[in-house]
Design a protein around this ligand. Structure first.
Ligand code: ATP
Length: 444
């Protein structure tokens, strides 16, 4: 994990937020490469979950949330972690993370045994709307994206004219005042979720739960996460929310242990019923064919963007060996991102930076490829070093413009380049004009 965290900073994937002021605990900023990686993930999720389906539409709800919404959903009253204070070192600790010695509770920081009783601590961030500071101006930063989907269910149903089963999808920020943010970005206080609420008839719920679990596993495989590091936990009844008839956690083997990436839960009609009761508004569905009116049930695949980005990074990290400038084998760090997820798809290198014709040709290739993919131009340093820098950030392809390209080694090779594959390190000679079709065909 240390190597991964250090690579993330060194190469601009992830930085500690407000770092120059000592950092803000549990909050992270994505650098240039991290932003590309995260965008690729979110775009691919949106592509397969919304655009490629007839039965899902999107929503982009507000972050600031009316307290009544979160009262009805249960978050105001029950979205809590039990907390204990250590009177010796003043640390605030999660009750389930206390150390134990000879049956006695102990502070994991100082070993002190003078601890308070456990008290509930609400994980929501509260803020004030408008100038007045009275209790009626309280709003919350949403702790999950799902609630705006439930609250807007009727509006979306009316405008989209969808028939059951159908879903509403959303990607966006969520905020939880986690007591103990840890494991890099895994448990953050500000994070992003990708959630689908898939509404159905009650009798379809269990089948759709199995269906979505399968779909979601396939998604992780398609973005290049190895199946052998993914695990499915069938959450036992006593650990599920009381309204859930079935929940699966999709877990990933992180270097710090097996942890949840996504929850796929059959939530019955709990959420819509809660909002019907609290708002007094009808959030039901009328079936034209059977002439029945009822409240739909819902299956929810709920994934974390940041956790998936972290899983992508952990899964991609590899070390092998490659020859250096003098042909001596050295350790190579290589991020084996699936080309679909890689922040940069193709790097473009003129063999020498001081040869004008090579540089001009390389710039031409850059302009040719730019509309098709994210490319990166690099003319600095020995070519082997430039390859290595791209391997370290997971760029799957490299194009080198050399003297053959200029026609100096025979007319037959004019306007051809070498295309290098990150994983095999093999190079093939291809025509420049073929690159805009050839590289995308290897990415998809
Ligand atoms: P955990 O048990 O790990 O706290 P959870 O079961 O509370 O997670 P959900 O409420 O099911 O999480 O949220 C759905 C998804 O949102 C999680 O699977 C995870 O990917 C992401 N998520 C939740 N909390 C955090 C967090 N603090 N930091 C980053 N991602 C999070």
């Amino acid at each position: 994990m240390e190597k991964i965290v250090s690579l993330c900073k060194r190469r601009g994937f992830i930085f500690q937020s407000s770092e120059i002021y000592g950092g803000l605990n549990g909050v992270w900023d994505y650098g240039p490469l991290g932003t590309e990686l995260k965008n690729n993930l979110k775009q691919y999720w949106w592509q397969v979950m919304v655009r490629e389906r007839d039965d899902v539409v999107g929503l982009d709800g507000a972050i600031l949330t009316h307290p009544a919404v979160l009262k009805a959903s249960g978050h105001v009253d029950t979205f809590t972690d039990p907390m204990v204070d250590c009177r010796t070192c003043k640390a605030r600790l999660r009750a389930d993370q206390l150390a134990e010695k000879n049956g006695a509770r102990q502070c994991p920081n100082c070993g002190g045994k003078d601890l308070t009783e456990a008290r509930p601590f609400n994980l929501m961030f509260q803020t004030q709307m408008g100038a007045s500071a009275d209790p009626t101006s309280i709003a919350y930063l949403r702790p999950e994206t799902a609630q705006s989907i439930f609250v807007q269910f009727k509006n979306v149903l009316d405008v989209s004219r969808k028939k059951l089963p159908f879903g509403i999808a959303q990607i966006g920020k969520a905020f939880r005042n986690e007591i103990n943010p840890r494991n890099f970005t895994f448990r953050s206080r500000e994070f992003e979720q990708m959630e689908l609420e898939y509404f159905c008839r009650p009798e379809q719920g269990m089948d759709l739960l199995a269906y979505w679990l399968k779909e979601r596993i396939r998604f992780y495989e398609e973005i290049g996460i190895s199946r052998k590091r993914l695990h499915v936990l069938d959450v036992p009844e006593k650990e599920r929310a009381f309204y859930s008839k079935g929940t699966f956690d999709i877990e990933y083997e992180f270097p710090f242990g097996r942890q949840e990436l996504e929850g796929v839960a059959y939530r019955t009609d709990y959420d819509l019923q809660q909002h019907i009761k609290a708002s007094g508004k009808p959030l039901d569905y009328f079936d034209d064919e059977t002439k029945e009116r009822f409240v739909p049930h819902v299956v929810e695949p709920s994934a974390g963007v940041d956790r998936t980005v972290l899983a992508l990074i952990c899964d991609a990290y590899d070390e092998d060996s490659a020859p250096d400038e003098k042909g001596k084998m050295e350790t190579r760090i290589v991020m084996r991102f699936h080309p679909r997820m890689a922040p940069i798809k193709c790097a473009i290198f003129p063999l020498l930076r001081n040869k004008e014709a090579l540089v001009a040709k390389a710039r031409e290739v850059q302009a040719l490829l730019r509309p098709h993919m994210n490319v990166f131009y690099d003319e600095g340093g020995a070519i082997g070093r430039r390859y290595r820098r791209q391997d370290e950030i997971g760029t799957p392809f490299g194009v080198t413009i050399d003297f053959e390209t200029l026609g100096e080694k025979g007319e037959g090779l004019r306007d051809t380049v070498t295309l290098r594959d990150r994983d095999s390190m093999k190079q093939e000679r291809v025509g420049i004009k073929d690159l805009p079709q050839l590289i995308p065909s290897k990415i998809r």
